[in-house]
Design a protein around this ligand. Structure first.
Ligand SMILES: NC(=O)c1ccc[n+]([C@@H]2O[C@H](COP(=O)([O-])OP(=O)(O)OC[C@H]3O[C@@H](n4cnc5c(N)ncnc54)[C@H](OP(=O)(O)O)[C@@H]3O)[C@@H](O)[C@H]2O)c1
Length: 354
């Protein structure tokens, strides 16, 4: 079946609305998973099409048990499309997202191109879904894959004690660099395990096998990396509080999928571990793990899950107003594809897309 003009999809939501969707960047690490997530969540599709660069046009992709042909990303591809789920480089989104919006679609964009645009909401549905009612340019920005689980985990704590400052160190997986990162990871780790010379990295800035890399991103003039500056700016925008201090150190580690974060949260008043755990236990999107039972969040468990795993909740011994926690989440799912599909779901549920 070509171009997504198939029979209507089943609609287990039971809602009256079904939507014409285009997945842009469908051949990438995020775009590939977007198909899985749309199918798993039974998104109410009327039609779906898959777009990528000219070089991928004509390639087959499977979705919901059918084969589709990847179409080239061209302006005319957006005719009749209501929601675009876009996962391309930022430069491509800068060019094509406004074209899609002008054609009448709402674009949920995974790149960094629109995140700090004041006219584009930056949305984590568990935290600030109400921002979807303020779409001025037809574009909703999906936040960075560190900022999303960080905000999911700290929002219930912010509600308890109002956050003053966040210090976060990350342990980010290779898949954060997309399909090319995953190729680096596979080639390097297999050579490393076999005791062979490790091939030079192509996506990463340095060898990943047996190493950790803190300059895997462009260095900005303020001495922080581009990734770290995204975490600072996006966290404040998502939590809706520009006064929150955020100090990140972003590090790439030899893990295939799922980012981990060591977070220290300072509040304006003391928040007990018990109150924090109680709030996290009922927070949407959070799976709270209990180290007393030997449980702790790990990337190998988070991979393939849509949850944000939180554990090691403890009092900061150096500050009575601060707590420490450990957070792990699948960067390709909750950090990208799942969050985007959740935004699309909210657009439908809230009647913004009819
Ligand atoms: N990986 C993550 O953990 C993650 C998390 C959050 C956000 N993001 C963001 O999501 C976006 C995609 O990331 P990714 O990791 O999936 O990257 P990726 O694996 O490199 O995939 C990029 C996708 O964009 C398409 N593309 C590239 N240039 C294009 C062009 N000129 N016209 C049309 N399509 C084009 C590619 O198509 P071809 O295959 O045809 O080249 C591919 O489908 C990026 O902006 C990234 O920053 C990634």
């Amino acid at each position: 079946m070509d171009g997504g003009r198939g029979p209507p999809f089943s609609n287990p939501w039971g809602c009256a609305v079904s939507v014409n969707v285009a997945v842009v960047g469908a051949t990438g690490a995020v775009g590939d998973l977007m198909r899985t997530v749309l199918a798993e969540r039974h998104f109410p599709l009327k039609s779906v099409k898959f777009l990528a660069s000219e070089k991928s046009a004509g390639k087959p992709v499977t979705f919901a048990g059918r084969t589709y042909t990847v179409e080239p990303l061209r302006p005319e591809a957006f005719a009749g499309v209501q929601i675009v789920l876009s996962s391309t480089p930022g430069s491509v989104s800068k060019e094509f997202s406004p074209i899609a919006a002008k054609a009448g679609a709402i674009v949920v964009d995974n790149s960094s191109a629109w995140r700090m645009d004041p006219d584009c909401p930056l949305v984590v549905p568990e935290v600030n879904a109400d921002q979807l009612h303020h779409i001025k340019k037809g574009i909703v920005a999906n936040p960075n894959c560190v900022a999303i689980p960080l905000c999911v985990a700290v929002k219930p704590l912010h509600d308890l004690g109002r956050i003053k400052r966040i210090v976060v160190s990350t342990y980010q997986s290779s898949s954060g660099k997309g399909a090319k990162g995953l190729i680096d990871f596979a080639n390097q780790m297999s050579a490393w395990a076999a005791g062979n010379p490790v091939p030079a990295p192509t996506a990463h800035r340095a060898q990943l096998a047996g190493n950790v890399v803190t300059l895997d991103w462009t260095l900005d003039p303020n001495g922080f990396t581009e990734e770290e500056n995204k975490v600072v700016n996006e966290t404040k925008k998502i939590l809706g509080d520009a006064t929150i201090g955020v100090c990140p150190t972003c590090v790439r580690v030899p893990v295939r999928v799922a980012h981990s974060e060591a977070i220290t949260v300072e509040f304006h008043r003391p928040v007990s571990v018990e109150a924090a755990r109680a709030a996290l236990a009922k927070a949407p999107g959070v799976t709270l793990m209990d180290e007393a039972k030997g449980e702790f969040p790990q990337p190998i468990h988070a991979e393939g899950s849509d949850s944000t795993f939180v554990g090691r909740v403890r009092q900061d011994p150096s500050n009575p107003n601060a707590l420490c926690l450990w957070v792990v989440s699948d960067n390709l799912r909750k950090g990208a594809a799942t969050n985007a599909v959740q935004c699309a779901e909210e657009l439908v549920k809230r009647g913004i897309v009819k």
